[in-house]
Design a protein around this ligand. Structure first.
Ligand code: HXC
Length: 258
């Protein structure tokens, strides 16, 4: 598949997607969102892939939705096209883990895209923000919802109302990112983390991802019940037998995802 706005590679059992509109700091236009959804779905369906890394450039993960594409739209067009969000939840729908590796700007839709991934690793030069308020609008793909769940009401409200950016240290302090790494090792670090996940039992990985995501959608008791059911279900897999046998035999497990 030939893409124009993203670069897609495979590194062993890891899928790597780079957003690639350098002339617009990776601003997310309809074509990019479409291509990204397609690439994620392909990796999700590819048995050889165990985890996915989504990244941008050293200057920008993505500076938001493409303002030049959005500017002339009417309400009727935006609503009828379900403008830019029609394909948007692709990252959230992916069943294999997706790691966002963020360097530089992750603004507006760029910040929202990173937050839809399973976790965010960021470079020390990362800047997160929801500056839509400066354009006379507001976030349209989760900025008021996911950011609030990540960092709490006070910070989310301030960022959404003022448009101020958060740097990497503040993002780590407030739980938006899992780790900060030097900019020049960001992609290698994300690939190594993804490779570590890809070595595990894919079934256990997918079940774990689904269970953690349940924490955001349900009550504690229902979430814990869901977790227990998934935990019990994994005893039906060969990977559970292999994982526990390998521990007892003091060797590395060879998972087969069955
Ligand atoms: C279209 C963009 C863009 C964007 C940057 N560019 N962001 N084009 N949409 N979101 C373009 C610029 O027009 C410019 O093109 C080139 O990229 C380089 O940008 P500069 O502004 O010259 O770079 P710099 O001075 O370094 O400033 C970087 C920046 C600034 C702080 C990130 O570009 C900026 O504020 N961008 C907009 C951020 C934003 O408001 N994002 C939210 C968008 S709304 P030319 O042709 O001039 O060289 C949104 C809604 C989401 O995301 C809704 C749901 C998906």
């Amino acid at each position: 598949m030939a893409y124009e706005t993203i670069i897609v590679e495979t590194r062993d059992h890891v899928g790597l997607i780079r957003l690639n509109r350098p002339e617009a700091l990776n601003a997310l236009n309809a074509q990019l969102v479409e291509e990204l959804g397609e690439a994620l779905a392909r990796f999700d369906a590819d048995d050889a892939i165990g985890a996915i890394v989504l990244t941008g450039s050293e200057k920008a993960f993505a500076a938001g939705a493409d303002i030049k594409e959005m500017q002339g739209k009417s309400f009727v067009e935006a609503f009828r096209e379900d403008f830019i969000t029609r394909n948007w939840e692709a990252a959230a729908r992916t069943r294999k883990p997706v790691i966002a590796a963020v360097a530089g700007y992750a603004l507006g839709g760029g910040c929202e895209l990173a937050m839809m991934c399973d976790f965010i690793l960021c470079a020390d030069n990362a800047k997160f923000g929801q500056p839509e308020i400066n354009l006379g609008v507001m976030p349209g793909a989760g900025g008021t919802q996911r950011l609030t769940r990540f960092v709490g009401k006070s910070k989310a409200m301030e960022m959404n109302l003022t448009g101020r950016f958060m740097d990497a240290a503040e993002a780590e302090r407030s739980g938006l990112v899992s780790r900060v790494v030097p900019a020049d090792s960001l992609v290698d670090e994300a690939l190594a983390t993804a490779a570590k996940i890809a070595e595990k039992s894919l079934l256990a990985v997918m079940a774990t991802k689904e269970a953690v995501n349940r924490a955001y959608e349900t009550t504690l008791s229902e979430g814990v019940r869901f977790e227990r059911r998934m935990f019990h279900a994994l005893f039906a897999t060969e990977d559970q037998k292999e994982g526990m046998e390998a521990f007892i035999d003091k060797r590395q497990p060879q998972f087969k995802d069955r």
